[in-house]
Write a protein that binds this ligand. Structure first.
Ligand code: PMP
Length: 375
């Protein structure tokens, strides 16, 4: 029995959860450090952590950072970053309409509606026929969006399809958003984890900043540090004028104060320490390379098994996609066949978590897909 559906996290090649060795090392060190107390953090969290997070997202040499137009607020992982960002945009800046991709991560709708947004809309994203992005539909929906709509954009490794826009497509998206006065809200849950390269995975966000957009971005360390249950995240805020930053910080202080007072320290201390130390940082970078290359390797393996079997159809999309998830393109009937006949569990939409695959089961899964497709 292989559960490829509800799994939201990384698994190693034995199908087991993986604690990053640099995390184990830091936790041991931290447990022996008598200067680490359990005093409250400030309302907006550990500044060293949020500054390091903004640098990681925008690049150390970002002119926006140098101009003092950016800041970060520690958040309860990616979801918490989305929530405080959405509260800020709705309660203080009076945005009411938000758009998310069809399909998207299932929590976007709930988080934004619970933050006070009253007009949920979707933009076209996945074309099941081509098993690729429906770019014309995406652009048309952005063109028809009312001014001042908030557009949720996956910074990289789109969940659930695994398909990201190309750089040229991002440029076009930015053109339309600028023209239509739409507000970008990036969701960055997989920086470094997607391609193994922190800079490449932040390309879209950096591009929008370079173009002069004001934006917010929710960052999560759940996947790239494997710190799922520690709730380590950040909301990065980029403004066009440094003079407004203090006011927005103060609004966020009230939002956090009224929701959970202040964030937890453990995971943020750990991440801040790793990001600040060259040697630890390099160790961490090796870990994310290892995780992303295992995922890419399994994509290759699944495709090559299907090609070897002569399974009808084109399976290139499996390797063109990126990140944990893949929209396989299997129909509801085919997915049911996999579940009933092979005990391979996946969503009706055909989405699988690639980490459910390992060298021991990929051939079995490919044979099952072959059988389902040729039935
Ligand atoms: N956004 C996306 C697109 C995600 O896939 C996830 C995790 N599944 C999150 C946000 C938030 O995760 P977390 O709150 O655990 O950081």
């Amino acid at each position: 029995m292989f559960k490829l559906q509800n799994l939201q996290s990384y698994r190693d090649e034995n199908g087991k959860p993986w604690v990053l060795p640099v995390v184990r090392k830091m936790e041991k060190k931290m447990s022996e450090d008598p200067t680490l107390l359990h005093e409250y953090l400030p309302v907006l969290g550990l500044e060293q952590f949020s500054n390091a997070s903004v640098s990681m997202l925008l690049g150390e040499d970002s002119p926006a950072i140098a101009a003092g137009r950016t800041f970060g607020v520690q958040a309860l992982s990616g979801t918490g970053g989305l929530r405080i960002g959405a509260e800020l945009l709705n309660k203080h800046l009076k945005y009411t309409t938000f758009y998310y991709s069809n399909p998207t991560w299932e929590n976007h709708h709930l988080v934004f509606v619970n933050s006070g947004f009253t007009q949920p809309r979707t933009y076209r994203y996945w074309n099941p026929k081509t098993r690729a992005i429906d770019f014309d539909g995406f652009i048309e929906d952005l063109k028809n969006a009312p001014e001042n709509s908030v557009i949720i954009l996956h910074a990289c490794a789109h969940n659930p399809t695994g398909i990201d826009p190309s750089q040229e497509q991002w440029e076009k998206i930015a053109d339309v958003m600028e023209e239509r006065k739409l507000f970008p809200f990036f969701d960055s849950a997989y920086q470094g984890f997607a391609s193994g390269d922190l800079d490449r995975d932040a390309w879209a966000v950096r591009y929008f900043v370079k173009r002069g957009f004001e934006l917010v971005c929710a960052q999560s360390y759940a996947k790239n540090f494997g710190l799922y249950n520690e709730r380590v995240g950040n909301l990065a805020v980029v403004m066009s004028d440094a003079r407004h930053a203090a006011a927005v910080r103060s609004q966020l202080t009230w939002i956090v104060r009224g929701m959970y007072s202040n964030p937890p320290a453990h995971g943020a201390r750990l991440v801040a320490a790793v990001l600040a130390d060259k040697q630890l940082f390099d160790e961490w970078r090796d870990h994310i390379k290892l995780m992303s290359s295992r995922v890419m390797g399994m994509r290759e393996a699944l495709r090559s098994e299907l090609v070897k079997l002569g399974t009808p159809g084109n399976w290139d999309h499996i390797v063109k996609q990126i990140g944990l998830f893949s929209y396989t393109g299997l129909t509801p009937r085919q997915t049911e066949h996999l579940i009933k006949e092979y005990h391979i569990y996946l969503l009706k939409s055909g989405r699988i978590n690639i980490c459910g695959l390992n060298p021991g089961n990929v051939e079995y899964v490919a044979r099952a897909i072959h059988d389902a497709v040729t039935k």
